[in-house]
Design a protein around this ligand. Sequence first.
Ligand code: NAD
Length: 458
Amino acid sequence: MNVAVFGAGYVGLVTGAVLADLGHQVTLIEVSPEKINAIREGRSPIFEEGLDALLGRTLAKQTLSITDHPQEGVQDADVIFVAVGTPPLPDGEADLRYVRQAALSIGRSLTGDRQQVIVNKATVPIGSANLVEVWIQDGYREGHGGVPPQEWYAVASNPEFLREGTAIHDTLYPDRIVLGADQEWALERLKALYEPILGQTFPAPPEAPRPHGVTEVPVVVTDRISSEMIKYAANAFLATKISFANEIANISERVGADIVEVMRGIGLDTRIGGRFLQAGIGWGGSCFGKDLSALTVTAEEYGYRPRLLHATRDVNGDQRLLAVKRLQEELKTVKGRRVAVWGLAFKPGTDDLRDAPALAIIDELLRLGARVQVYDPIAMNNLKRQYPELEVEYRETAEDALDGADALILATEWPEFRDIPLSRIEAHLGRGVIIDGRNLWDPEEARRAGLKYRAIGR
Ligand SMILES: NC(=O)c1ccc[n+]([C@@H]2O[C@H](COP(=O)([O-])OP(=O)(O)OC[C@H]3O[C@@H](n4cnc5c(N)ncnc54)[C@H](O)[C@@H]3O)[C@@H](O)[C@H]2O)c1
């Protein structure tokens, strides 16, 4: 099938490259010249395990190409994905300007030569499929005058659930594919597009071996509004699960329970499940905060105050700054102290800094007058580029970051941190303090190594 994808970011690039690898003919449409140049050279502009290899292969097979001319991609496409960003506006509402631009250019390029399905893959507020339809009509009117006939196109919803760091794996072996559309032909087209994934009929690529036992992928076929809501509900639930673990961690600390034991104890209950129950300095990333805000705004537009969603966000906000509070308790004076921060990305396996807890911690440390020395194996260049004014010292290695430090805050649990013996940390920090924001280390071992160690909820 011919596929066009608006936006070659974390979602669009991975979706496009995976579909191209499965044999579809994919054209990415992107506005950033840097991203276009990098992708044309087979270099992924984002850090995502296996993506360079996948790009190299699909470019060589000539099933993937990239352009900045929407019409080039759209005119022959059977399916057009909109995978542009939907960042939050100051009031929490999703900013739909990029979705609108994409929809207008789709409308301008509609010709009726073939029936086309336009798919919202970006996370868009409930009801956005209707808006996209209107914007497509506006674009058509600009380009051609009049209204495009209904049978030329359909707008569908197909939310994305991939996780950065395991994005290729998640795209090939998703827990489910959700499709929301009103026209039967559009649903059939999307099922056919995803058939290799739904039936698991493709040979697994070297970057993403097929997990044992995956023989098919369930598809949820529904209406557009429910499909849009599924995405928000999923992210709200996951964020709530983590905030719940943190709430219990805060109580556990006070009564002398160990949150790691407690969450293991409840996670083995199949009704609860053990994932997303890690206590720590909270969730971040480009999706949870933004989607929680957008869902809250939607609820309030309809006169409903979503108390649970507010609580999820409040718990998370406090949790981020818990690391700094701990530091104040231990060091008393933070002003003029050197604090190492290990990890900047919102989670391991990605270079994404959007809404990363480490950023809130660094801001607070700087506000309190600390000197901050940072290290992250992948995300440091992004920090330099995105926050050039931030007065932190960049260190080449994790151990360099400890040099001269009075304390260490672990903000992201990159695997390489686990490999550094606690005795090495002690050699640098001496009687300094470790604030383990991700419960990476065993408290007993840390104390045996002579460190002043503080964890979350244990
Ligand atoms: N990142 C994730 O893990 C993830 C997971 C699931 C869903 N989502 C959702 O997917 C959407 C995209 O997220 P992302 O992380 O990939 O964003 P991103 O910022 O990485 O990528 C968006 C891309 O769209 C491009 N773009 C903007 N306007 C354009 C236009 N008019 N034409 C063509 N390209 C344009 C940007 O230059 C950018 O490269 C969001 O709605 C997000 O909530 C993201």
